[in-house]
Ligand binder design. Structure first.
Ligand SMILES: *Cc1c(COP(=O)(O)O)cnc(C)c1O
Length: 454
């Protein structure tokens, strides 16, 4: 049948013959169908047999304004006709200049310098190296360690993996990684009964204060994900932690690196999550939504004071000699600018507030479920934590892979959900409608029923 040759099965077979997929046990695909996607439009993805899937996770948290967004498409197409790529050392181009102006205009005041890379992990590597190197340049070379939170995630390259703390990704590679100082996360799932998020986050800060007091002399920076530890099961905390951290870092002379790779660009209800604490980090890492999910690009936005510590005669060898081939790629910068234009012209933050309120209200209807321990939210990120025993919060054994049941059910109903263990979450593109929100929550509800019925 010639029709079959262009169907999902044919692409799947060709794929599995040669493609090694990210973050995947490939043997799973003996039973789990691969889904080849032919096109996307708005929140919808379409496979080669015409089945559609609502992308409730923004294709791994990157998409902001839908697939094949007409305005971003036009910007990338226009740039493509002019310049696809050029070396960014000694040369520059209009998209990177305009993007840097736009980013520094919306970033917390005082973040004035943009250093580019081409993915999130690389941005974290840049921030880590930049902080270490800064302290060397100012004559404090003892400051070379990093403080990080338990349950944190900063990417997969060795430096980023070292400052992260999700055991599933990190454990096996430990012999390859630099040693870091790990402080308990303010994760509010662990708060005492009756304790508020703010009280819990404030109480947990004592560990950070103690680590800074003990290690400030040997510490270059604290790195953390503001408000939501996304890869760490979407665990969340209160902005007060960030405010306390800013004060403590200033007091102890330690940089604060905010990894806003997942939470930046209004994922949590403000353009950048740090704004909710009224703080300015010393370095802010951006990627994922930076290009509205179109092309790989990342940036570390930092201060004049850090920039100046590298600025000297060449022979002093204080320059930051870090580069990636595709640093500041013009097509990616054009997509990022188009995305920031949409923020500027379309009242995105107000619209998102309304959508987030609707999403949160719908999801909280699941709080009464006997296996739902918590429904939590920061803006357009909503997570539902499942447990075997609601009273004791005993988790399901991970080996049972109950999240996979939810994933498969959702696909059969035309929704892309991708639970992290037994945490079901929604992080949809901002062009989702209230009716589509009702659909993804309904499908999650059915999936949760199915996965917890025994
Ligand atoms: C995804 C992510 C990264 C890594 O970005 P990649 O582009 O996947 O390398 C780093 N930090 C956070 C908080 C992330 O969510």
């Amino acid at each position: 049948m010639p029709a079959m040759a262009t169907g999902n099965a044919s692409y799947s077979a060709r794929d599995l013959a040669h493609v090694w997929h990210p973050c995947t046990q490939m043997k799973d695909h003996e039973v789990l169908p691969m889904i080849p996607i032919r096109r996307g439009a708005g929140v919808w993805l379409e496979d080669f047999e015409g089945r559609r899937y609502l992308d409730a996770i923004s294709s791994w948290w990157v998409n902001l304004f839908g697939h094949a967004n007409p305005r971003i498409n036009a910007a990338v197409r226009g740039q493509l006709e002019r310049l696809e790529q050029v070396i960014l050392a000694g040369f520059t181009h209009e998209p990177v200049i305009a993007l840097s102006e736009a980013l520094t205009a919306i970033a917390p005041a005082g973040l004035t310098r943009c250093f580019y890379a081409d993915n999130g992990s690389s941005a974290v590597e840049v921030a880590v190296k930049m902080s270490f190197h800064y302290w060397r340049n100012v004559g404090k070379s003892a400051k070379r360690r990093f403080i990080t939170l338990s349950n944190s995630y900063h990417g997969e390259t060795l430096g980023a993996l070292a400052v992260g703390n999700v055991e599933l990704y990190k454990d096996i590679y430990k012999p390859l990684l630099m040693d870091v100082i790990t402080v308990p996360s303010p994760d509010c799932f662990e708060r005492e009964p009756g304790e508020s998020w703010a009280e819990h986050s404030r109480r947990k800060f004592a560990h950070m204060e103690a680590a800074l007091a003990q290690h400030a002399g040997e510490t270059a920076a604290v790195i953390l994900e503001p408000l939501v530890q996304c890869a760490g099961s979407m665990r969340m905390y209160d902005p007060v932690y960030l405010a306390l951290l800013r004060q403590a870092c200033d007091r102890h002379g330690v940089h604060l690196i905010a990894d806003e790779i997942a939470v930046g660009f209004d994922r949590t209800g403000t353009m950048f999550a740090c704004e909710q604490a009224g703080i300015r980090p010393d370095m802010m890492c951006l990627s994922k939504g930076l290009t509205a999910g179109y092309l790989p690009l990342s940036a570390v936005v930092t201060t004049d004071s850090i920039y100046s510590a590298f600025y000297d005669e060449y022979v002093k060898l204080t320059a930051f000699l870090h580069s990636h081939s595709f640093t500041g790629n013009p097509l990616a910068c054009a997509a990022a600018r188009a995305s920031l234009d949409i923020f500027r012209t379309d009242d995105v933050l107000d619209r998102n507030r309304a959508l987030a309120a609707h999403l949160g209200a719908k999801a909280r209807e699941l709080e009464a479920h006997p296996h739902v321990a918590e429904v939590r939210q920061h803006g357009m990120i909503v997570a539902i934590e499942l447990v075997r025993d609601k009273a004791t919060r005993e988790p399901y054994p991970w080996q049972e892979r109950r999240g996979l049941t939810i994933y498969r059910h959702a696909l059969s109903r035309g929704v892309l959900l991708r639970p992290i263990g037994t945490v079901v979450y929604f992080m949809p593109p901002y062009v989702i409608t209230p009716e589509e929100i009702d659909l993804i929550v309904q499908v999650a509800r059915e999936g949760i029923e199915l996965a917890t019925c025994d």
